[in-house]
Design a protein around this ligand. Structure first.
Ligand code: UGA
Length: 460
């Protein structure tokens, strides 16, 4: 099928690349002409695991093309995926101006009827507004547009795998023919008829993912409800970690045992610096706002947000407890991205920690496997190092802010020798307290025992 993708952020690019890999003819467009030029010349503007491989393969097979002219993309396609940004406004509501612009473009540029698929994360009822906007802007042409809500559940870092191996595909529709067309678009994915970039030999066997057909309002709500519930789980684990610290329990032991109950599940119970990124914080706010507009006070979500905001304070309390005075001290930060396997630093707790350390007068040195250039553009006052050992050399404290495997696998004996003081404050519970004790580190983490170095013990 001929498909257009409007918006070449990570959702748009992953959607375009994977649907092209599944055999569709995809044309991608974006208002950022530089980004389109970059993509046309074979460069991938974001770091997303496997995306470069898929984009290269579909570029070679001719399944994907790029144009800065949205009109061309719109006219060339039967179905259009809207993947533009919906950033938060000051009141927590989502800014839908990009969606409105795209609706106007589609309605005025199209020469035939199209299926318009809303993939951007939007508040409930946006699909219905989109349909109204499309019909208002197309009054003169008399064309009709069918609208579908097809929320994405892609995690940055594993987005290609999530797209090609979904747990579920949700399509919110108003008529059977839209549902049938969406099934056709996703058929190669459901039947696993694509070259999988993730599993080189064979994809793990498993049942076909369900394609759930719902109303548009339900589909939009499913996305909000899923993200908010996951955020709630994280905040629950973080509040639990605070209790564990106070009564001397281990949060990993507790969440591991809890997670074995299939009604609870073990994922998203990792305590630490809390959730960041462009999705959870803004989606939570938008959902609370939406609930408020229909007279529902979604108090538990407000509490989840509050707990999350306090994580940085809790982390800095540990820094102060350990370092006493921060001013003038060399501090190493491991991790800048909001989570591992991405270069995205938007709403990254790591950057907030760096900002606060700078404000207190620390000499901040930082490293990240992928996110240095993005962080540098925001916080030029930090000294950045590609090599983590250079970042932590002579440091009086090492703050772990992102859970990259590369940090887990550091030669910690070497780390101990390079640092001015063996002090680790682990915001992601990445290290094992037992190993840290063995290496005579002073080690702080969330919801687990405080490990004192032998010198600290002697000074007590
Ligand atoms: C999230 C959802 O997981 C996706 O399903 C959804 O499609 C996406 O938002 C979106 O709306 O586009 P993402 O923001 O990429 O995906 O990242 P997550 O893996 O969900 O992590 C979010 C944050 O929570 C990160 O800062 C991570 O470090 C933190 N986190 C995650 C924890 O602090 N503890 C955990 O146990 C899990």
């Amino acid at each position: 099928m001929k498909l257009a993708v409007i918006g070449c952020g990570y959702v748009g690019l992953v959607t375009g690349a994977c649907l092209a890999e599944a055999g569709h003819d995809v044309v991608c467009t974006d208002i950022d002409a530089d980004r389109i030029a970059q993509l046309q010349s074979g460069n991938v503007p974001i770091y997303e695991h496997h995306l470069d491989k898929v984009l290269e393969s579909v570029r070679r097979s001719g399944q994907i093309s790029y144009t800065a002219d949205a009109g061309d993309a719109i006219r060339a396609s039967e179905a259009i995926f809207i993947c533009v940004g919906t950033p938060p406004k000051d009141n927590g509501d989502a800014d839908l101006s990009a969606i409105d612009n795209v609706a106007r473009q589609i309605a005025t540029e199209a020469r035939s009827s199209k299926l318009v698929i809303e993939k951007s994360t939007v508040p409930a009822r946006t699909g219905l507004e989109l349909r109204r906007a499309l019909s208002a802007y197309s009054r003169n042409s008399g064309l009709t547009f069918r609208v579908v809500s097809n929320p994405e559940f892609l995690r940055e870092g594993t987005a290609v795998e999530d797209f090609l191996h979904p747990d579920r595909i949700v399509v919110g529709v108003e008529d059977d023919s839209s549902a049938a067309q969406m099934r056709e678009i996703y058929r190669p994915i459901l039947e696993r008829k694509f070259r999988c970039p993730v599993h080189e030999d064979a994809c793990p066997a498993g049942p076909e993912a369900p394609l759930l057909v719902t109303t548009i309002n339900s589909a939009e709500l499913i996305k909000h409800a899923s993200n908010s519930f996951l955020a709630l789980k994280i905040s629950y684990a973080n509040a639990l970690a605070d209790i564990c610290e106070r009564i001397g329990a281990d949060v990993h032991e507790v969440t591991h045992a809890m997670g074995l109950d299939p009604r609870i599940g073990g994922q998203f119970l990792q305590a630490g610096l809390g959730f960041g990124g462009f999705c959870f914080p803004k989606d939570l706010q938008a959902f609370v706002h939406l609930a408020g507009t229909v007279g529902v006070d979604f108090e538990i979500l407000k509490a989840a947000e509050r707990v999350n905001k306090q994580r940085i304070d809790r982390f800095l309390e540990k820094v102060h407890q350990a370092l006493w005075v921060v001013k003038g001290k060399r501090v190493a930060i491991l991790g800048l991205a909001f989570k591992a396997n991405t270069d995205d630093v938007r709403f990254s707790p790591a950057l907030e920690v760096a900002r606060r350390m700078l404000a207190e007068g620390a000499d901040v040195h930082a490293t990240d496997p992928e996110a240095i250039s993005r962080a540098e553009a925001i916080l030029p006052q930090v000294a950045y190092h590609r090599d983590p050992y250079d970042a932590l050399r002579d440091a009086e404290a090492l703050l772990i802010c992102t859970e990259w495997d590369e940090f887990r696998q550091l030669d910690w004996e070497r780390v101990a020798k390079l640092m001015a003081r063996r002090l680790v404050i682990d915001g992601r519970n990445l290290c094992s307290p037992a190993r840290m004790r063995e290496l005579d580190f002073e080690y702080f983490s969330f919801g687990r025992e405080l490990v004192r170095s032998s010198r600290m013990e002697a000074a007590r």
